[in-house]
Design a protein around this ligand. Structure first.
Ligand code: ZN
Ligand code: ZN
Ligand code: FE
Length: 753
């Protein structure tokens, strides 16, 4: 018996070759009907004998295009129409967009083959793409994803491109950004005087020459400008650092291919897979000794961020040059990256020696994502290109439209339509006006594109964060969510944890619900919410946030808390980290509680121990001292220090015995690698023993401290050895880039799923 069904599919089903896929499938089963794109996703009507139609339906999710993602499939019986054949119909617009936007995808193997084939009409054309690859999120202006709704609308397709675009059997059937040398975007090259001196391939060759001569190129890439130079040259890297005002933060390196990557780093199979994935993030990997890369790229850091070419333009550049290139965001220090030529000329004129531009507009800036492999699995550090704005988390139903504005550092924002949570690309530290503006436009952008009108705004408890102040100006009801609760809620939600779990949030700082500065916190969490149960013994930080960079202040606070005054004094003299003048002032500040905060921050504890071991007096960026402590520590050290758990509400985790023992080890000239190893082991023991003492079989962690590979991996194995399941963030950064997602998760967790 013949029947007809209407199938509504939601998810990532546009711009991935979904309709031709359905059409081909329909032809295979000899069905009649049609398929149609609209802002809510894809609608199919199909008519056939009932058993044939059943087979067709079960085949849809099984053989779907690689980059597609089906979040929901609704099927309804309808009346027969008796049509013949199966067609692709023109897109409909108007309805509220519920289709998901795909992230930008790295060049696919078929496009790469065309790029390097002298017989192909797109030979050496830097903007070729197809339904399996190319720009998406960086060019979309609104849904549905059709060419007139992208920044490609200004380019009229030539006859040849149009024929491919309209041919359902072509790889470029409805590939919205498709282009060729005759009809698409073009390159041009300028020196800093702003005069175009070359176009097309000549522009590319001029840019390559510039790099060969050791100079710095600003290149308009996919999601913004990038700064590129020879990664083997100390003088190029030094110049770049100086001009960019970026002292010591590690710089990422683009290498021509995976074979070259293997020359510079020891790569595991999951690392190779991540590097070559269509998300193509920067991957932090262990660098080989004497690799030939400039040591100024990552001073004091055994890891290097590698990335492979991910657009045709990068492929051409790397194939021609065959050298590793520094590949860093085109911005000055903490600003968001530049996306248009005028802005770049203004802001990067003093940084770059030449500009490789193109005339395809960038709709929104998107940095390269940064990730690493932990325990064989993806671990996100900066979530941007390739991942944003895909939804993360499962069962995140709140039934309400929400906007979460995140925290302050490494900020992101998230929106929810009540069932899916979409987190923006990395926005950055909210300490500059340009970053604040970028934050505001990200909010407008993401809510506009998904047409979400938030009913509630979720913000941090900290009243002075720019994000919190912005939330209050929206005139919508604001829920203030404690920072570390958001870390734990996010980690729980991403891992779909159910039942009771010990939440451990360790990071730099976040305002606690008692008004002090938290950062070494323990929570009870279950299916109905999160509550604070314990923390590290607090210590004073003279100068508050100044201690983020001046890590000696953390050491001072730790010493005066752990030791009697005369002993602390003796150690401070011995460690010789302060001048007597500085010491007098700091003591006075602590005694009189002048500009001094009390904190339970685990991050500052890492900093302080790092300073005690004389690794670093000042950090050039947050977390540097703690990172150096990680790098010198022996990960396999089995010894550990003492600590105690003092019951109370909240309970206090007393780390002072550990400090006394560390000082004894320093006195006895125990190697720093061993002291550092024992310190990390102690921190792991603390987590396991709290879980055991309080009767938890699950631990959920969150917060910037867990970016520490030794800490997290040793915790995972200690969990396995003790029968405790450990959950940690994967796709959502464990640092404050995950706070906005965690804020939504907090509301979902409290108000039921
Ligand atoms: Zn392709
Ligand atoms: Zn063309
Ligand atoms: Fe945090």
């Amino acid at each position: 018996m013949k029947i007809r069904k209407r199938i509504q599919i939601r998810g990532v089903v546009q711009g991935v070759g979904f309709r031709p896929y359905i059409r081909n499938l329909a032809h295979r089963f000899d069905l009649s009907g049609w398929v149609l794109n609209h802002s809510g996703g894809v609608t199919i009507e199909a008519e056939a004998e009932s058993d044939v139609l059943e087979q067709f339906l079960t085949s849809i999710p099984k053989e779907k295009p690689v980059h597609s993602f089906i979040s929901r499939m609704e099927i309804a019986d309808i009346d027969l129409a008796g049509d013949s054949g199966f067609e692709i119909r023109v897109s409909e617009t108007g309805e509220k967009p519920t289709a998901l936007i795909l992230p930008d995808l790295a060049t696919c193997p078929e496009c790469l083959a065309e790029l390097t084939d002298p017989e192909n009409r797109r030979f050496r054309y830097p903007f070729l793409n197809c339904t399996q690859c190319g720009p998406r999120y960086s060019i979309i202006q609104k849904l549905p994803y059709d060419r007139p709704n992208t920044t490609m609308k200004q380019f009229r397709m030539c006859a040849a491109c149009k024929a491919e675009y309209e041919n359902p059997d072509d790889r470029r059937f409805h590939a919205q950004p498709t282009a060729c040398p005759d009809c698409g975007p073009q390159l041009d090259f300028k020196f800093t005087d702003g005069k175009v001196v070359g176009r097309g391939d000549k522009a590319l060759l001029l840019a390559e020459d510039l790099i060969k001569h050791g100079s710095i190129l600003a290149m308009k890439g996919l999601g913004g400008f990038q700064l590129l130079c020879d990664a083997r040259s100390d003088s190029s890297v030094k110049t770049l650092r100086k001009r960019k005002n970026r002292e010591e933060k590690p710089l990422a390196v683009m290498v021509p291919d995976i074979e070259t990557a293997l020359q510079y780093a020891d790569l595991s199979q999951p690392e190779i897979e991540l590097l070559t994935s269509s998300e193509a993030p920067v991957v932090l990997v262990r660098q080989k000794k004497n690799s030939g890369l400039s040591p100024l790229l990552n001073p004091g850091n055994p890891y290097i961020g590698l990335i492979l070419p991910y657009t045709p333009l990068h492929h051409l550049l790397m194939a021609d040059l065959q050298i590793p290139l520094v590949c860093t965001s085109g911005n000055r220090s903490d600003d968001p990256i530049c996306t248009n030529e005028e802005e770049a000329a203004l802001k990067l004129g003093a940084v770059a020696d030449g500009f490789l531009n193109h005339n395809r507009e960038i709709q929104r800036y998107i940095d390269d994502s940064v990730a690493r492999i932990i325990h064989g699995e993806l671990f996100m550090i900066r979530r941007a290109r390739g991942y944003a704005p895909l939804p993360e988390g499962q069962n995140m139903r709140s039934g309400k439209s929400l906007l979460a504005v995140g925290a302050h550092l490494k900020n992101t924002i998230s929106v929810s339509d009540g069932s899916l949570v979409c987190t923006s690309q990395h926005i950055g530290d909210m300490s500059t006006i340009t970053a604040n503006l970028a934050f505001e436009s990200a909010i407008l952008d993401l809510s506009d594109i998904y047409r979400i009108k938030p009913e509630q705004v979720l913000a941090d408890l900290h009243p002075d964060y720019y994000s919190t102040r912005h939330a209050e100006q929206t005139r919508l009801p604001v829920i203030h969510i404690q920072h570390h609760e958001a870390h734990i809620a996010g980690s729980r939600a991403e891992n779909n944890v159910s039942g009771e779990a010990l939440g451990i949030a360790w990071d730099g700082t976040g305002l606690g619900s008692d008004g002090t500065v938290w950062g070494g916190e323990f929570f009870h969490s279950d299916d109905s919410g999160i509550s604070h149960i314990g923390q590290f013994v607090q210590f004073p930080l003279a100068g508050g946030d100044t201690a983020v960079r001046d890590v000696r202040r953390s050491a001072l606070g730790i010493l005066v808390t752990a030791l009697p005054a005369d002993q602390a004094e003796k150690w401070l003299v011995k460690l010789n980290v302060f001048t007597s003048e500085e010491m007098k002032n700091l003591h006075l500040m602590i005694e009189k509680k002048l500009n001094t905060v009390m904190t339970s921050s685990a991050g500052r504890l890492f900093d302080g121990v790092s300073a005690l071991l004389h690794l670093r007096k000042k950090s050039a960026y947050e977390g540097q001292a703690a990172m150096e402590l990680e790098f010198i520590s022996d990960p396999d050290e089995k010894g550990a220090y003492s600590f105690s758990l003092v019951d109370g509400s909240p309970f206090m985790l007393d780390w002072r015995p550990m400090i006394s023992e560390i000082l004894t080890d320093i006195d006895q000239n125990v190697p720093v690698s061993e002291i550092g190893g024992k310190f990390h082991r102690t921190m792991v023991n603390i987590m396991i023993s709290v879980a055991k003492e309080k009767g938890y079989q699950q631990i959920v962690v969150g917060g910037g401290c867990f970016q520490n590979k030794i800490l997290l991996e040793n915790l995972i194995s200690a969990g396995e050895a003790n029968g405790i399941k450990v959950f940690w963030p994967h796709h959502i950064p464990t640092n404050d880039g995950g706070i906005s997602f965690g804020q939504i998760a907090w509301v979902v967790g409290r108000e039921g799923k």
